[in-house]
Design a binder for this molecule. Structure first.
Ligand SMILES: Nc1ncnc2c1ncn2[C@@H]1O[C@H](COP(=O)(O)OP(=O)(O)OP(=O)(O)O)[C@@H](O)[C@H]1O
Ligand SMILES: [Mg+2]
Length: 409
């Protein structure tokens, strides 16, 4: 049976020597483990090397008529396809100078004749192993390079897509802002005309007409608020949150706001109280925007709570910040839905308790306003127990605080 068809392919050695006896000895020494090709002079060796599959290793004599081993080795190294084949010199020349020349020509090893069979076998096997490892490393390197190229291409594509998305988002904001802006006046006009009818200036209304016009007025008010919110979010997202900062007595602002929201809470038999636990100094805030924050927090607490419950608004100091706490005893929010609360147009599965309208914009705007004041907002909630929102605002640094440099004039 033919052995070669069943064994892994044996490495091929090219034995180059002008002395036939040497060729015979080397071939018989190595033929059991390797396929042997033979050349008796330099030019023949080069011809064999470039014909068909290149050898895996060359055993090369130095002293040969015509072209010596050094020259053969140099020519092999000049050829890109053959350059990596290990060349072991076999020579009777035994001077250090000869060996140095052999290495300079590109040889990987040098065996002096007469040689020990075991030594030749061991050196051949070692250099073939090193070569196999080199091939593997080059292959692995190529794969890594390819993976790296793929990653870079994917990264480039992601960056490009991201830029496109940012542009589309900016366009959407511009469009939203324009639409909201242009619709605000006609919607206000509808509300105004409803007031004229309801005020009796345009003649007496039947009960049915009054009811319908009241409904139109409520709807136009809702639409107006929605347009205001859309305008807010599109401007804020476009980076145009304009804050008019001025010193504000936050405790007084909250007290007034709670009073205002009490009217809405009482309509649902919900209690609301303010507990100021500190009296902070005036803070540099945009009062109208902070009121917007308080209105959203209280209106949500009212919207998502049942009658008979209570809302508590507190003002506390914690480290170097002031924290507004709005706590309700409402339905709460499921833990997996909490991160929806601050996203524009997102709502959780908690529904309003009296059919109040809900667009999912309020908290997204609130978060941007709070962050615009260098503050933070977060919440804690438990289903069936209630929800607590926290708004933390930085306290002003006292002028004589240690570590603060005062300017000398
Ligand atoms: N106090 C609360 N209790 C329970 N759920 C709440 C509370 N506050 C907010 N949520 C949930 O978070 C969602 C987002 O609130 P957000 O104020 O942004 O929207 P909305 O109140 O639904 O509508 P909008 O404020 O725009 O009129 C709400 O739809 C609700 O599901
Ligand atoms: Mg809301």
């Amino acid at each position: 049976m033919n052995n070669e068809t069943h064994c892994p392919k044996r490495p091929t050695l090219l034995v180059v020597d002008d002395t036939p006896d040497n060729v015979v000895v080397l071939s018989s020494l190595l033929k059991d483990s390797y396929r042997i090709k033979v050349a008796t002079c330099g030019p023949k060796a080069l011809k064999i090397a470039v014909t068909g599959e290149p050898p895996d290793l060359v055993l090369l004599d130095i002293m040969m008529p015509g072209m010596d081993g050094y020259e053969v080795c140099r020519r092999l190294k000049e050829n890109a396809a053959l350059r990596d084949i290990p060349v072991i010199f076999l020579s009777a020349l035994n001077e250090a100078e000869d060996k140095v020349k052999a290495f300079q020509a590109g040889g990987v090893d040098y065996v002096t004749k007469p040689f020990q069979s075991e030594e030749v076998r061991a050196r051949v096997e070692t250099h073939l192993k090193i070569r196999r490892l080199q091939v593997k490393l080059v292959e692995r390197n190529k794969q890594l390079q390819q993976a790296n190229d793929n990653l870079q291409a994917a990264h480039g594509e992601l960056t490009r897509k991201n830029r496109q998305l940012e542009q589309l988002n900016a366009e959407k904001n511009r469009f939203l802002g324009m639409a909201a802006h242009d619709l605000r006046n006609p919607i206000s006009a509808i509300g105004g005309y409803c007031s004229l009818f309801l005020g009796g200036i345009l003649g007496e209304l039947t009960d049915q007409q009054r009811q319908i016009i009241e409904r139109v007025k409520i709807s136009s008010k809702f639409m107006h608020q929605l347009l205001e919110d859309l305008l807010d979010i599109s401007q804020i997202e476009a980076g145009k949150l304009e804050l008019r900062l001025a010193p504000v007595d936050l405790a007084a602002l909250i007290a007034d706001n709670v009073k205002l929201n009490r009217m809405f809470a009482e309509k649902k038999q919900i209690g609301i109280k303010f507990v100021p636990r500190c009296a902070p100094p005036p803070l540099n805030l945009d009062a109208a925007k902070i009121e917007q924050v308080l209105n959203n927090l209280s209106s949500n607490a009212i919207k998502f709570s049942q009658p008979g419950t209570e809302i508590t608004v507190e003002l506390i100091t914690e480290d170097d910040q002031l924290v507004i706490v709005v706590r309700d005893q409402g339905q709460g929010i499921a833990p997996h839905e909490i991160d929806k609360v601050f996203k524009p147009f997102e709502k959780t599965s908690t529904r309003s308790t009296s059919g109040e309208k809900s667009t999912g914009l309020g908290m997204a705007i609130v978060k941007k306003i709070v962050e615009g004041h260098q503050g933070k907002i977060w919440l804690e909630s438990a289903v069936g127990v209630g929800t607590t929102f926290y708004v933390a605002l930085p306290l002003p640094v006292p002028k004589d605080a240690p570590g603060v440099l005062s300017t000398m004039t």
